[in-house]
Design a binder for this molecule. Structure first.
Ligand code: SF4
Length: 349
């Protein structure tokens, strides 16, 4: 069934016509093959996704990542889904960059709650060099706590990616957001190619890539397939693939869209799993809206990472206790627990 039979997308075109983006010459996943996966009968798609998942993640664990907004609001960009864009009246107050102690306290708390990765997000178009000094100090200090580090700071130049690598950063998050031809309906202040360029700088610096997108922004199923094809054809594909379900925030241009059919979200997770078999596919924003049953289906479809904690950057996230209860109900172990048991098994005590 095509997406247009599920919902009539509201046209939220912010801007100009799209420049053509070409796939790498030997695309591993032509878009039509990705779309064919989306079009499979639901049970068949879930079966294929489970097969891929079990073959590549025999432990079946779920990674817990905690996200902290180190610099909130006041962003000059115009991402149509984002409450942190200064131009939208969303009630998000612009704040200065957090001090190092606040970040370290949050990281320690995340670790104590079982998170293995700590992601620091800043609402910037791109970081200024004076910001980089502070972020590097945060990265070094968080890493010293024994957590994997991730940062999302906007567009990066080559030398900035290198500085983060030198500070010990493990992952850099920069999302493609959507399919190239839908992109201009959502953002005008940076090009799709700018995003690809940043991802290139991140890879060249030797950082691992966290890159995904948002679904439910009024795009068609074919455009969701286009997003997944873009991600899967990055060479190599990202180590982490966050799939966000649009959280509609009042005051943003995307508020008021018809909601995406939840099965379509589960299908997107399954197709991401099949096309990027070794990636951590992360359930990110919008989990609260999905409810437990749909989240459970997402885990069956191959999601094996969640953002964990009470808040994402500015929107609510299921509380940590609810997350633990859900994982327990489903009998899912966390990555931290699996690592701990491996360490114990290999310990001579
Ligand atoms: S998504 Fe990031 S770059 Fe876009 S407006 Fe929000 S904070 Fe700024």
């Amino acid at each position: 069934m095509s997406e247009n039979t599920l919902q009539e997308p509201k046209v939220v075109s912010l801007h100009r016509p799209t420049a053509a983006i070409t796939l790498p010459p030997a695309a591993t996943w032509p878009r039509e093959e990705v779309l064919a996966l989306f079009d499979l009968p639901f049970n068949e798609l879930m079966f294929k996704a489970q097969e891929t998942h079990r073959a590549n993640f025999p432990d079946g664990d779920v990674e817990l990542a905690t996200l902290l907004s180190i610099k909130t609001g006041g962003c000059e960009e115009d991402c149509g889904y984002c409450p942190q864009a200064a131009r939208y009246d969303t009630g998000v107050e612009a704040k200065k960059i957090l001090d190092i102690d606040t970040v370290l306290d949050a990281a320690q708390q995340a670790k104590d709650n079982g998170a293995t990765r700590f992601c620091m997000g800043a609402a910037w178009r791109s970081p200024k060099d004076r910001d980089m000094d502070k972020v590097e100090e945060m990265v070094r200090s968080v890493k010293a706590l024994g957590l994997e580090t991730c940062a999302t700071l906007g567009m990066l130049e080559e030398h900035q990616a290198q500085r983060l690598k030198d500070a010990g950063l493990d992952y850099y998050n920069h999302n493609l957001d959507t399919a190239p031809e839908f992109y201009d309906n959502v953002i005008s202040t940076r090009e799709y190619q700018d995003r690809l360029d940043t991802l290139g700088h991140v890879r060249e610096a030797g950082l691992k890539v966290c890159c995904g997108g948002i679904v439910g922004m009024g795009e068609s199923r074919e455009q969701r397939a286009g997003l997944i094809a873009q991600l899967a054809n990055l060479n190599p594909y990202p180590e982490s693939v966050p799939i966000n379900h649009l959280v509609q925030v009042e005051g943003t241009p995307l508020h008021g869209l018809p909601p995406l059919d939840p099965f379509e979200f589960v299908r997107t997770i399954a197709v991401a799993r099949i096309t990027m078999p070794k990636a951590r596919v992360r359930l990110s924003a919008g989990r609260r809206e999905l409810g437990e049953a749909v989240q459970a289906m997402c885990f069956m479809a191959g999601a094996n990472s969640i953002f964990y904690g009470d808040k994402l950057l500015t929107t609510d996230n299921p509380e940590a206790n609810d997350d633990r209860a859900l994982l327990e109900k489903l009998g899912l172990r966390t990555r931290g627990a699996v690592l701990e048991s491996v360490q114990k098994e290999s310990c001579g005590c």
